[in-house]
Design a protein around this ligand. Sequence first.
Ligand code: ZN
Length: 397
Amino acid sequence: MESNREKRKREHKEKQKIVSLKREQSTRLRRLGAILNKDEDLRTDEESKFLEENKSFITIAKCRLVRQNELKQRTEEIEDELDVLNDKIDKLVDLIGKSEHICVYTGAGISTSSNIPDYRGPNGVWTQLNKNGSVLKTQDLALATPTYTHMSLKALVKANIIKHIVSQNCDGLHLRSGLPIEKLSEIHGNMFVEVCPNCERAFYRNFDVTEHTGLRHHKTGRFCSHCIELDDKDINCELIDTIVHFGEKGYLNYPLNWAGASEAVSKCDLIICLGSSLKVLKNYSCLWPKKNHKKKKVTLVVCNLQWTPKDSQASLKINAKCDLLFEKLMRKLNLDVEPYDKDKDKLKQLYLPLKVDEQETCKRYQLFTTNQIKIESDSLTPGWFAKGANVKFKRTK
Ligand SMILES: [Zn+2]
């Protein structure tokens, strides 16, 4: 009879055997793949012999190669030729003309011309982290300004062509472009907003409120000016940021505004996705109805440089940078786009300055104040941006 100790020993041995078999198989397939990738004429005798000896594994190795190539292609950024792009924009104009209720979903790709790194592009945050295995230097996102795409979207909402915008971005640039709050769902939060967990009042700030916060740790160190007056020890009124990290579920009404998003999506007949890999958005099933409440088919358009998991369902896939797409689209729609103007920035109207006793809670750059930064170069980007974009800023001491 086998004792418990002997049983554990035997099971451990069996496990180790499986692990070593798997490792051996993986090494074999890798070697086969490398040989199969070579021209037949260039293979050495030893390599040809290895192929012959492992004939039964060749089909698996070939499948593996196809899969690897597919995955590699998915990470490549592809741009449509100009004539192809123009044809696609004609189709988009046609779809926009036929639609009654358009919703737009945006990701980091619409902010890249504002020097915010997107997440999964070749220079994206995640790609860089994968490559280097190191933490990137944090950029002060408060220095970014709305792009041409943000300003075009604002114009399209104003013209009542787009009914609602759902954004994954926390950079607050949609709000700062002047988009009405009720037309926007920032489903992963807004870095300029902190909320009271007791009364749910939102406090806008002119700086990134996430300085001391992170995953499952959202307290900003400031307090709700209304609830603190109640002088009740049982009330928790330490403000929290609104950011929804990977693995968290966002529950705040504002600025996430899931209610506004659901209502708009239930009515929509055209969804346009811009600058998002959709790898996270695809998981929110309520954003992807096949038919709207009038039982009308919902058409999908995707504009992204890389592959997305929704490409196969899209009626139109546009491989272009968002600013280029909108420059052409707005011209075809004959709509003017106001340049971003710092003085008309919505945040400038909404933000609540820090009180004297709160000054210590923020070391980050504060917008709309003049004494904190000096502009390194005064060569502004030609053309579109009135102020701010692509200028290197340097903090003064
Ligand atoms: Zn409160």
